[in-house]
Design a protein around this ligand. Structure first.
Ligand SMILES: NC(=O)c1ccc[n+]([C@@H]2O[C@H](COP(=O)([O-])OP(=O)(O)OC[C@H]3O[C@@H](n4cnc5c(N)ncnc54)[C@H](O)[C@@H]3O)[C@@H](O)[C@H]2O)c1
Length: 352
């Protein structure tokens, strides 16, 4: 893919030879405000792979931020390297200076391979950073509101499917008992659902059996989706829904935290054909970005939680639009996001 065949506003290559920094910052859209999206630190096989990832991810953030109701555009950054070997104070600070050089067109945050402590270091060089530690005025662990938002999206899907916004009496399968999966388990149990879960990590499974002995555990995601489930919640890696898994689903709803759950375009149609209601991933998992975005105003947990609670209304609106327009929910979500970017973004043409 050539860079200029995409619709991105700006793509910046950043290089600092001494610290070894090689980063790409992609701004997809600032129609709604400064672009916000995390920094992925990953040992890509090639610069082309890194570029491809950052272009895709920044586009995804524009859609996510638009539907999260944020006055923020979409952007993302990748640092090409092995976070375990290459991460250093000079490298992170060099990166921070490049973020600063964009003058606020792009706000960064954590992503795969970067953590709140790293954002504290980046923040020494730039004001345009979120996802810092609580002791530095940051929002802390974003999985708290990610899980809360997924639960709200799941409630909206339950209402759309079964007429009542609750998971009480339903059986929910969670794949991935990581930071988000753990919080989600609690929301579901508190709501009266029964939970069956899996994880590849023995530590996560030990946590589940000691903390919530009522949660049933199975050996793999394959086994999980074959269980008799009402809801399937992918909370591990992307690509959980593909040509092999969708035909096996017993669940009537899919709503989970993982990014990019649909393995390829067309899977949303497979789900619809099987009458599985899919709550789009980037809508229901936007609680995390809502949490870190709140830092820009000076972090207030109650305000951020209230905003994440609106994921319930947005999910409902998308599912209703999908029904009305006869399209899968993933398509309805994209349409709604594009509408907000166009309608609200257009207002800037009014000179004030
Ligand atoms: N943390 C957030 O705020 C946030 C926000 C939006 C989206 N997400 C997405 O949600 C997902 C979970 O995030 P997290 O922060 O809980 O990550 P995490 O790394 O804490 O947890 C992921 C868990 O999945 C498990 N896992 C990995 N492969 C698995 C497999 N094949 N089968 C079963 N379990 C497997 C891991 O052992 C781990 O326990 C990720 O896809 C992430 O990108 C997270």
């Amino acid at each position: 893919m050539g860079v200029f065949t995409t619709s991105h506003e700006q793509v910046v290559f950043c290089h600092d030879r001494q610290s070894g920094l090689r980063a790409i910052i992609a701004v997809y859209s600032t129609a709604l405000g400064p672009a916000l999206g995390g920094t992925r630190f990953y040992p890509y096989a090639s610069e082309e792979d890194a570029l491809h990832d950052v272009l895709e991810l920044s586009r995804g953030m524009a859609y996510k931020n638009a539907l999260a109701g944020l006055d923020l555009g979409g952007g993302k950054a990748v640092i090409w390297g092995d976070p375990d070997k290459d991460k250093s104070e000079p490298l992170l600070r060099a990166y921070g200076r490049f973020v600063q050089s964009l003058g606020g067109r792009y706000y960064t945050a954590c992503d795969v391979g970067t953590y709140v402590q790293d954002m504290d270091v980046v923040a020494k060089e730039t004001r345009f950073v979120t996802g810092r530690s609580e002791s530095h005025g940051g929002a802390g662990d974003s999985s708290v509101l990610t899980a809360y938002g997924v639960f709200q999206g799941m409630r909206a899907a339950a209402e759309h499917r079964w007429g009542s916004p609750t998971l009480a009496g339903r059986r929910v399968g969670i794949a991935g008992l990581g930071k988000v999966g753990k919080h989600l388990t609690k929301h579901l149990l508190d709501d009266g659902a029964s939970v069956v879960a899996t994880d590849v990590s023995a530590r996560a499974l030990d946590w589940a059996s000691s903390t919530y002995p009522q949660v049933d555990l199975v050996d793999s995601s394959d086994e999980l989706i074959r269980q008799q489930l009402d809801v399937y919640a992918p909370c591990a890696l992307g690509g959980a829904l593909d040509d092999e898994t969708v035909p096996l689903l017993t669940a009537k709803i899919v709503a989970g935290a993982a990014n990019n759950q649909l393995a390829h375009p067309g899977v949303e149609k497979l789900l619809a054909d099987r009458d599985v209601l899919y709550a789009p991933d980037y809508v229901v998992n936007s609680g995390g970005v809502i949490q870190v975005a709140d830092e820009i105003e000076g972090f207030n947990f109650a305000r951020a939680k209230e905003r994440a609670g609106r994921i319930y209304d947005t999910t409902k609106q998308i599912l209703q639009l999908a029904t009305a327009e006869g399209v899968p929910p993933a398509v309805a979500a994209d349409r709604l996001a594009e509408r907000r970017m166009a309608e609200v973004g257009r207002l800037r043409t009014i000179l004030v």
